[in-house]
Every structure is written in C-alpha cells, then in structure tokens.
Write a protein that binds this ligand. Sequence first.
Ligand SMILES: [Zn+2]
Length: 245
Amino acid sequence: MRTLNSIELLRVWEDGLNLTLTERSLQLLSLACGVPDLNQVADWSIGERDARLLQLREWMFGSRLLNKANCPKCGELLEWTTELEDIRLQVPQRQTSPQTFELVVEGTHISFRLPNSHDVFRASSDPAYSVNPQKLLAECITGANKGVEEIAVDELPESAWDALEQQMEKLDPQADIQMALTCPACTHEWAANFDIAGYLWTEIDNWAKHVMQEVYLLARSFHWSEQDILKMSPRRRQLYIEMIS
Ligand SMILES: [Zn+2]
C-alpha cells in the first residue's frame, strides 16, 4: 500500500464525481493498494477497507482529525479534534482473501463471512435492507447446522442473530466507530458515528478545489502546464503563489 500523488488523486477525484461514496472508496484503494480489480477490493470486509482508508488519510492529510456534529437535542454545533491513533482499531492485513468464520449458538454451528462493500452497495440501493436489518446478516451466513441436520437461516434462534452481530463487531472493529459526545450547551449525551469514507472524500473534494485554484493562478502567471504544476510539492506551489501576490 502507498499514498497517491497529486496527479493520481486529482484523477480519482474527477472520476469519482459521478460515483457513490462506496465506489469512490474502492477507486482510491484500488490505486493505493495496487489491486486493479475493483470486485476484489469490494470483497474486503468493511473494517479492512476502513483501516486502509484511515492509513491513506494519515499519509495524505496527517493524523489529526477535525470533527463537527450538531447536538441532536438542541442543535448546538460541536467541534473537536481526534488523533487518528485513538480510532485505529485494526491494522490492514497482508492477506486479504475472503475468510469464513465459525460461531456456535445453542448447539447450532454457523459459518459466516464479514460484511463487505458489495453488501453496503446492495443495502444502500434497496429499501428492503432498512426494513429488515437481518437481511444483510443473513446474506453473510454461508451455512448452519445442528449435528448432521442443516438449519435454514430463517429457523435460527433469536439469540443467534445477536451473537452473530457481536462476533462480527469483534472480528471487524474498524467497521463501526462511535464517538461519545456531550453537548456543552444542554449536557445531552450521545454516540456519533464516524465514517472515514465520507470524511476522507470531503477532504479530497476540498483539496482538489484548492489545488485547481493553485494551478489556475500559476498557469496564468507562469504558463506552466497543469502536469508540471501538480508535480511540484505543495510547499513550492505555495511559495510561487506568494510571489505572484
Ligand atoms: Zn445540546
């Protein structure tokens, strides 16, 4: 895995403008991880995907995260910083082929895989998943049996679903990052979800617009090509811009 240079990042940003957030993340990781097959990247668990996005973010924009959220009770705007290290719950694995796990609940053996980007993509475009949250979990079950008898997914005991969800969270902790917040205005306490995919894309979007502005200013004054300007370090671009003004 490696970071992306300005030319690559600007190309991924431009290509990603008409894509969903999941597709944008896959494009970024495909390039950064040297895996051209997007289907293969989409096979990675969400925790694995997010651990890699977090690593990419650290290389591209540093380790301090600036967060914002509105209090759900009184609307107060909260702003705070987080160190990336505090929310890093798993490190990217070397081996990324899809894995199957086992769980035993009330004598029933369940084989399952972890949710991945294919699941997120399906779930975000089909309302059936929000009506029935068990649907996504059910699709991750690859087999269930009690002794020699095979058990259909809809015959699993209620306790199996809770156990399965807990086990998935334990195996793939980076997939669900919650931040405990307290509103300074009304003392309301809640847990805010941190989504690295959305966070990183917003930063890339801001970065791209800033860089294009720099290219415009430098090309207009010095008649350098876009490629040549993008190959410069951010520091050098900034120094030339200061000379113009
Ligand atoms: Zn509040």
